[in-house]
Design a binder for this molecule. Structure first.
Ligand code: HEC
Length: 136
């Protein structure tokens, strides 16, 4: 009984939140708003460097935070985008906190900074296509 009530309360809340933000808002607007930074550099400094360090060399302390400088996995923009959208092991997901444009900006910034010179770039449209289809 208690559990059922809790579940329906949550559902009701969800419905309120959803109709509230869905009224006239595009999916893009629902994603946005958690992080104000727009440029790749500002996003990195505001959000990523707390774990990956200002020089992107990573750190080992309470957890292991991999270096993004010289990280050959970043050759793949898709790998990087899916890491940011969905999270990866101890890294939280940022899919709901960033717009497609913010995700593209930070990917393009990190792949061409900290000594990285990975060819190519990713567009917000390509990021959008990598988001999980269900639920959003
Ligand atoms: C709360 C800490 C934290 C924050 C904030 C964070 N990360 Fe991570 N990140 C991690 C951890 C831990 C891993 C390693 C996950 C694993 O074990 O595979 C990781 C892995 C990654 C990887 C994959 C590296 C590889 O070679 O597999 C990328 C790319 C990455 N992070 C980019 C970012 C970007 C860009 C941001 C900012 C938008 C960010 N991270 C913010 C903790 C964080």
């Amino acid at each position: 009984m208690f559990v059922r009530a809790g579940a329906s309360m949550r559902l009701a809340l969800l419905a309120i939140t959803f109709t509230g933000s869905a009224a006239g808002a595009s999916a893009q607007e629902i994603y946005s708003g958690l992080y104000p930074q727009q440029t790749g550099e500002a996003i990195y400094k505001g959000v990523c460097q707390g774990c990956h360090m200002p020089d992107a060399k990573g750190a080992i302390g309470a957890g292991a935070y991999p270096a993004l400088a010289g990280d050959r996995n970043l050759k793949s923009t898709v790998y990087m985008a899916s890491t940011i959208i969905n999270g990866r092991k101890a890294m939280p997901s940022f899919g709901d906190g960033f717009t497609d444009a913010q995700i593209a900006s930070v990917i393009n910034y990190v792949r061409s900074s900290f000594g990285n010179h990975f060819p190519g770039s990713i567009t917000p449209e390509e990021v959008k296509a990598l988001r999980p289809a269900a639920g959003h």
